[in-house]
Structure formats: C-alpha cells, structure tokens
Design a protein around this ligand. Structure first.
Ligand code: ADP
Ligand code: MG
Length: 384
C-alpha cells in the first residue's frame, strides 16, 4: 500500500481533530458513530464536522461503514499512517518523506529525513485483518471487537520492534539506531549498505560467517533469539569499520526469549539459515556451528528487560500467537481501501501544528548515522 501523503497539504486543524476523534472512538467502536466523532472532537456539530468528515473520507483517511444499526466511520490505514507521521513531524523526528525502499508482506519501508536532512528509515507495520480470529478471543485487549485489530497488531509489532531494537542498540549490538515510534510506525537510522542476499561472492567468507554466528550466540547469551535471521535481514555495510563489523541486523518483531518452549528449534533455524546461505551462495561450508545447549549460557536478560519496558509477557504471547496463526493461514488481506496519492512531486505545507495528542512519548534522539549515498528524492515536506 502506498503512503498517502497528499492529504497533508490541505487538511485543516479541524480535519485533524476529527481524524483524531475517529482514532479515539475506534478504541471502543468497530464503526465509530458520527455523533461520537462529533462529541470527541469537541467541535460544534453541524457543517464543520460534516465538512471535515467528507474531506477525510475523500482523502481515504477514514471510510464510511454502513452498520446494521447505525452509520459511522472507521479509520483506514491511510488515516493511521497520517496520524503517526504527524506525531513524528510534531516531535521533529521526521521532516520529509522520500522514496519507498522496501515492501514486505507485513511492512513498508521509506527513506525519510529530519530537518537537517539526515536520512532515516520509516518502517510502517502492516499486519492485515488476518489475525482477527486468533486475537478476538482476547477480551482484555479487544473485548471481542474485530475492529481495531489490524491497528492493534500493527501497533504491537512496531512497539515490539522498537523495544527490542532499543535494548539491543543500548547494549552495543549492531542494529539500527531506534529514533522514534508512534502507533504502527518506527523511525530508525538508515543503514548504508545492502541486504546480504545480494552477495554473490566474498573474499573472506569465514570471517563474516564467524561474526554472524558470534552474533547469534551473543544475542542468545543476552536472552534473545532473532527467529528471522536470514540474508534478507542482515545488511552488509558499504564501508565496514572492521572485518568483525561488516553487518547490521534488522527486523525484530518476531524475536523470542531463550526461555521460549521452542527456543532450541528457533536457534537452530537461525543458525541453519546462515549455514545454508554460505553453502549455496558463497560456496563456503563450515565445520563449526553453534549449538543451543552447548554454546548458550545466559549472561544478560534483554528478554526480561524488554518486558519490563512495557512490552509485557502477556503482550509477547498474544502477539506471537496472532502472528504465527496468521502466517500459517497465509492470509494477507488488508483493510479494503485504496490510497491513491499522486503526490510524488508535491511540496507540502500545512498550517496546523497546534494539535497534540501523542500518547507515546519517545525520546531516543541522538546522532543518526551519517549517510553519504542516498536515493531519497525528497518528495514531501511534512511541516513548513
Ligand atoms: P520486513 O519486516 O517487511 O521484512 P525489514 O525491516 O526486513 O521489513 O525491511 C525490509 C527491507 O527494507 C530490508 O530488507 C532492507 O532492504 C530495507 N531496510 C529496512 N530497514 C532498513 C534500515 N534501517 N536501513 C536500510 N535499509 C533498511
Ligand atoms: Mg525483513
């Protein structure tokens, strides 16, 4: 799905209030009744709210739903994107949005920049309506509403990824610097490199192999298994600072604790992925490879720290369950909406910086890694 940035140009602060009201209303309503939107927005009823609603619907940020008992609106992915990007813009972690550099089944990746033109990466998690059935039984979170579950799961994925990335970054693991998180989106440093899958040869595969295996073991010693440790999620640096630091690891939403019942199997799968890649692509067969029982001994507790940081054990469980069930089913049906933008060369200025409603506060500023090379054409200035 394309990121709809066009609307950012012309939406007024009232439109934004109405959009925010729809988001808030969807915490309790699958379809947010128009009257509730009006009420939450705190705007006087009448044509004002009506106009905003039709602007937002036209921009595909909300969608009209005819319910059996009442008519109302639901927030679309486009609307959710908008709210997250607006929060980043308010917090000055993003100033402009550039090209899309990755499309996964469950995420979209964009190059963005801050006010000082430092390039960053925006990862938008997009878990579809897929996982409803598995999550809907969890009354604590969803109270049996099928509604917000794509929103909920995508946000959970972003929160989880951000929490893990932060814990790993703070402990000196080679991962992108986590910069900000809002809703289903995270902002992180841009890694100047390319996915390992693009490697077809290497002058010294044994050093790279050893340091990748050392990463897996060190991660496990600190309590975690990546669970998707493959050539797609390992970035090879264009200019490695040393032979032992040639890569950066990305993509953590599926990380698990070494106390997980399937930990040994997940560990082996990560190890086997690397062995297979080196064998097939680089013609390198190593005798040695790590073994969970023999080589892992806990020295840290990142798994526990992350839970303490707000991503509770319960959330981890629920998320894992939803994720694996949805993947097994192989469904990837997104909320029906089309986000046409056609804004590729548009400059945006919007005059409504007054609205604030960030529930999640993230500091996490710092020196973003400098990036020389960039294919990011700045196509959108979010704030003026
Ligand atoms: P998914 O969950 O969809 O697999 P990833 O986080 O693995 O998403 O990102 C998909 C692709 O986007 C990666 O393979 C990589 O090419 C690119 N990418 C993601 N994060 C970064 C980053 N921080 N710096 C540079 N490229 C990135
Ligand atoms: Mg990936």
């Amino acid at each position: 799905m394309k990121l709809n940035t066009a609307a950012m140009r012309y939406l007024t602060s009232e439109d934004f209030r109405v959009l925010t009201a729809t988001e808030m209303g969807s915490k309790n309503h699958e379809v947010v009744p128009t009257t509730l939107i009006t009420q939450i927005s705190g705007l006087r009823g009448g044509s004002g709210v009506g106009n905003s609603i039709s602007e937002l619907a036209k921009a595909n940020l909300i969608a009209r739903v005819k319910n059996a008992s009442y008519d109302g609106y639901r927030l679309t992915y486009g609307g959710y994107d908008y709210l997250a990007i607006k929060a980043f813009s308010n917090r000055k972690t993003i100033y402009s949005v550039g090209n899309q550099i990755g499309v996964g089944k469950e995420s979209d990746i964009y190059v963005v920049a801050d006010e000082r033109s430092r390039k960053r990466v925006l990862k938008i998690h997009r878990l579809g309506r897929i996982s409803f059935r598995s999550v809907k039984n969890n009354r604590d979170y969803l109270r049996n509403r099928q509604s917000a579950s794509w929103m909920y799961l995508s946000r959970l994925a972003a929160q989880k990824e951000y929490a893990f990335m932060k814990a790993l970054y703070d402990n000196g693991f080679p991962v992108p610097e986590p910069i900000d998180q809002s809703r289903h989106c995270i902002v992180m440093s841009l890694i100047p490199g390319f996915p390992m899958r693009q490697l077809s040869s290497h002058e010294d595969p044994s050093t790279l192999y050893s340091s990748l295996m050392a990463f897996i073991v060190r991660l496990a010693n600190h309590g975690l298994i990546h669970c998707d440790f493959n050539e797609f999620n390992i970035m090879i640096l264009d200019k490695p600072p040393s032979d032992d630091a040639q890569f950066v690891v990305i993509d953590f939403p599926q990380c698990v604790s070494i106390d997980h019942v399937d930990a040994e199997r997940f560990f082996k799968r990560d190890v086997d992925c690397i062995r297979r890649f080196f064998e097939r692509k680089l013609g390198y067969v190593a005798e040695e490879y790590p073994n969970f029982k023999r080589d892992v001994s806990r020295v840290g507790k990142l798994d526990i720290d992350v839970q303490a940081s707000g991503f509770s054990k319960k959330m981890v469980k629920e998320f894992e369950k939803a994720l694996s069930e949805s993947r097994e089913k192989g469904e990837d049906e997104y909320p029906a909406e089309s986000a046409s933008d056609g804004s590729d060369t548009d400059e945006v200025s919007e005059g409504h910086e007054d609205e604030e409603e960030d529930e999640e506060e993230n500091e996490g500023e710092g020196d973003s890694s400098s990036v020389e090379e960039s294919d990011a054409k700045e196509v959108l200035e979010i704030s003026s």
